[in-house]
Design a protein around this ligand. Sequence first.
Ligand SMILES: *Cc1c(COP(=O)(O)O)cnc(C)c1O
Length: 395
Amino acid sequence: MSFNVDDRGYYGNFGGAFIPEMLYPNVEELRSNYLNIIAEPSFQDEFHALLTDYVGRPTPLFKAERLSAKYKTNIYLKREDLCHTGAHKINNTIGQILVAKRLGKSKIVAETGAGQHGVATATVCALMGMECIVYMGAIDIERQAPNVARMRMLGAQVVPATSGSKTLKDATNEAMRHWINHPVDTHYIIGSVVGPHPYPDMVARFQAVISEEIRSQLQEKEGRDYPDYVIACVGGGSNAAGAFYHFLDEPRTALIAAEAAGLGVNSGHSAATTFLGKPGVLHGSMSLSMQTEDGQVIEPYSISAGLDYPGIGPMHAHLFASGRATFFGVTDEEALVAAVECSQLEGIIPALETAHALAVFERLQAKPNEIVVVNVSGRGDKDLATYQNRLKLND
Ligand SMILES: *Cc1c(COP(=O)(O)O)cnc(C)c1O
């Protein structure tokens, strides 16, 4: 069985490009060019030079001795939190802006929910001198003021989406509408392994540098180039896709995905898509998403803004449906406990999203001779206010 995308843009029964006719020329231009562009030696040189000198790659693979002792196994942390801007998202925005340049585009449009992808996009636009417009739900603009300030500081224009629930899906609609109206000079940077083909595959390829590095780092440290487990949190699924990519066809590596169960999978306040989702089209591809009987999207809930998404990318829907990956639902409370544990045992304050991945050690029951790699997708600075409130750090 294949876990990579096929020629038609499908992972098993999931994927494809379900888009309005008006968007077809834009997506088709990208689809027919992206593989050739990425394969060009000059693209690879520029991409890897920026990952090295600008992003700070390779990120360390750190043996977490005190966590390892506690769970009686060998736990390594892949430090994407040390990337420029504090998370893995920049790997993708660097790749996409280089594709945009080669397609002759001068402007970038994006949408953002929590603002993390907006910041990563505004960053590379500043770097490349490209105009940047970021659509963001009006409610999210209020909730995520620090990231809005960052985007504006970087020179981006942040446009409020005022329709519907004034959150991520409305911002997505407006960004797509903007792209339809500016097809010639604008590229649309999607921030996760979601959206119509070729986005999921393109984003996965850019994030795949994570597992490429894990392989060579493990070879050096452990004398073998695969772990027994790779764990990552899944919002749309880009950091997980990157951490899994080079192990998809390695049967000795178990792939573990942590989803946000919010107040509990069955509480009505959750974002655990594989537990609650049904097949359907969301954001331009066939995947699993949380929806009502008549196909309306259900508002997700998670303490973590980056996991607060009602779907998952088609690669992950296929990994779930085929049984290749194991999905765990992790509640807000479990994530908070894991965040404290990592902070106080290793001196690393993780992002709330990452804390979901750090919460599954107990359930994993890895053996003393096994190797577990957790992808630390981002750093926790942005979540300090939440940690402070929920953990009563003032007392
Ligand atoms: C955005 C984000 C995520 C979730 O996005 P994926 O596409 O699922 O990786 C996870 N962790 C951090 C730190 C993020 O900023």
